[in-house]
Design a protein around this ligand. Structure first.
Ligand code: GLY
Length: 592
């Protein structure tokens, strides 16, 4: 990408104040802080300041305090960022069973500034061998809900295989596998107080009637028949036993033996098709990151089978061509951003899928020429209609699933990892004896061309179901470097909103020059082509929203700030680390 003509001017005025808040953006951040922290504290009983940490050596930002603490302990004991990521992954799976866990999968980018190389590990779920293209259609050809909940929704989990690989290949060798896994077994056995986020997930699942349908989940989430509420103790002793087995036997503790048998039996009993053969055949992949320059920065993000990196770069390219305004609240700024998001998601519906099965035109979609071609169709004075915006020709309300964490250690190693079991509590099916919440990642495939999935996303041929294929993802772990040095590590949960949340924060930092905390605290907007509406978080000025309506945008105003949850670490020029966790889901940053 070409550098911004404005960049020099910004740097001149911003100068050494790169991390200071710009006056034009202060009012919106202040309004948001007042609304989210009435009386100085939020629903997690936290102050705004508690979401930011500064330290000289290593830094971690994740979506759970116990998980951040477990990983921080690994860094303090001499482990590297990959060791910390392994420990954190097991811990966050225990702490956020509604978001992620060993029954699911994820992506991990490891960036080593000593070699200036990024390694991208794909540990996402794969479709079982017995899956087939129309497996979620009924006799009339209509889409059923079997990709969403229960045995048939479960794809072959990849997380444990990925963590084992990362540990073997990139671990420091100073901390044993057992030492990385056992703290999570302890957390599962001793339990912890349910936080507002998990309480909301439990209530949502119960309201949908899913706990009645899945007694093994009910046993954990409503012990003694009463739904767990905020502050109640949640424990999963069977998961503790599973983690102890994994600590003892490595990845075979999950993919073979009693844990594997328990998972296969639970899926089969509930009408699913996952078999021991699928677990035996699970294969990891290494991929090349999607890479683009943005002024003096290099953005490294997740390639297909995620759509995240491709569309983040596509949107950065379009924004670089179109947006000169640095006022975060201006109508023209958000009008253009909405049009940019609309076009990227139109492309997603046609071109993105598993690269082992479908040729994704990555270089075409991420080229500057293509961005310029797309922006020619954007009218600065009025909104397009999504029905009139078709994919180009290149060479519901957000819920609290998926998780992301960012780590930078003291030796130039960074990890960005986004992990998931897909929707809330995944398939809501728990393999009883092993306590594992199983994923419903099959719903990320396109069950039928044009039919929306749980995130309202539509797709076609590129993302059709096939045995061993990987469902298309939006997960976007991202590392930004400057002259080869780590500058920013970030990512988010949120399904389709992951892509726009990461892009919003990246643009807030790289273009609007907000501090990392302000960039994450700032309200967001999201457009995904279909449905044709611009979703906005609370905090925007009425005049901004009215200006967008006047241009023809249909606005859906969310009542709570719930577009993604970005956890990030930034490295200052002197090497100091700033970690920020998103107050939207009560995350925790800590360093040493
Ligand atoms: N399961 C959400 C995603 O991968 O985008």
């Amino acid at each position: 990408m070409k550098s911004f003509p404005t960049l020099l001017i910004l740097l001149f005025f911003g100068g050494c104040h790169l991390f200071q808040r710009t006056p034009t953006t202060a009012p919106v951040i202040d309004r948001v802080i007042q609304a989210r922290f009435p009386g100085g504290r939020d629903e997690f009983n936290r102050t705004p300041e508690s979401y930011e940490a500064r330290a000289a050596h290593g830094m971690i930002s994740s979506e759970g305090e116990p998980a951040t603490e477990i990983a921080l302990d690994v860094l303090k004991r001499g482990g590297n960022a990959v060791d910390a990521a392994v420990a954190l992954s097991f811990a966050i799976g225990v702490y956020r069973p509604h978001s992620t866990g060993i029954g699911g999968g994820g992506f991990m980018i490891v960036y080593d500034e000593r070699s200036a190389k990024a390694e991208v590990l794909d540990m996402r779920e794969r479709a079982p061998l017995r899956s087939s293209r129309d497996m979620y259609l009924d006799k009339s050809g209509d889409v059923t809900d079997k990709s969403r909940w229960g045995g048939l929704a479960v794809a072959t989990p990849g997380l444990v295989a990925g963590l084992w690989e990362a540990f073997q290949k990139r671990g420091s060798g100073k901390i044993t596998w057992k030492e990385l896994v056992l703290p999570s077994a302890k957390l599962a056995r001793e339990g912890f107080a349910v936080d507002p986020d998990m309480a909301e997930a439990i209530e949502w699942t119960a309201d949908k009637g899913l706990l009645e349908k899945f007694p093994s989940a009910k046993k954990l989430l409503a012990p003694n028949g009463k739904l767990l509420k905020q502050g109640d103790l949640y424990q999963n002793p069977n998961l503790a036993k599973t983690l102890e087995t994994i600590a003892e036997k490595g990845k075979d503790g999950f993919y073979k033996g009693w844990v594997a048998q328990d998972i296969v039996a639970a899926v089969k009993k509930d009408g699913g098709i996952l078999e021991q053969k699928d677990l035996d055949r699970y294969e990891l992949r290494y991929l090349d990151p999607v890479k683009a320059d943005f002024g003096e920065f290099t953005v490294l993000s997740m390639p297909p089978p995620s759509s995240g990196g491709v569309h983040i770069v596509e949107m950065l390219n379009m924004a670089e061509t179109l947006i000169r305004d640095i006022d975060l609240e201006s109508v023209s700024n958000w009008h253009l951003k909405a049009e940019i998001m609309r076009r990227a998601f139109a492309d997603r519906s046609k071109y993105l899928g598993d690269p082992s099965f479908f040729k994704v035109p990555v270089s075409g979609l991420t080229s500057e020429e293509y961005a310029q071609q797309l922006t020619k169709g954007i009218d600065r004075s009025k909104a397009s209609k999504s029905v009139e915006v078709q994919p180009g020709q290149p060479a519901p309300y957000e819920k609290i699933h998926t998780t992301h964490f960012s780590i930078v250690d003291d030796n130039g190693l960074a990890v960005a990892s986004t992990q998931t079991i897909n929707y809330l509590f995944g398939a809501v099916l728990v393999a009883g004896a092993s306590g594992v919440f199983l994923n419903d990642e099959m719903d990320d495939f396109s069950a039928k061309p044009g039919a929306p999935n749980l995130f309202g996303l539509v797709g076609g041929e590129a993302n059709a179901i096939a045995p061993l294929k990987t469902p298309l993802s939006s997960m976007s772990p991202t590392v930004v470097t400057k002259e080869g040095k780590i500058y920013l590590v970030l990512g988010s949960p949120g399904g389709s909103k992951i892509i726009t949340s990461v892009w919003n924060v990246l643009f807030n930092v790289l273009h609007h020059k907000l501090t990392l905390r302000d960039a994450i605290f700032a309200p967001r907007m999201h457009h995904q082509w279909l449905p044709d509406k611009l979703v906005t978080e609370p905090g925007w000025e009425t005049a901004t929203l009215q200006g967008l309506r006047d241009k023809g945008h249909e606005i859906e105003e969310l009542k709570t700030p719930s577009l993604g949850s970005v956890t990030a670490v930034m490295v200052e020029p002197g090497g100091g680390k700033i970690g920020v966790a998103d107050p939207r889901r009560g995350g925790a940053a800590a360093g040493y």
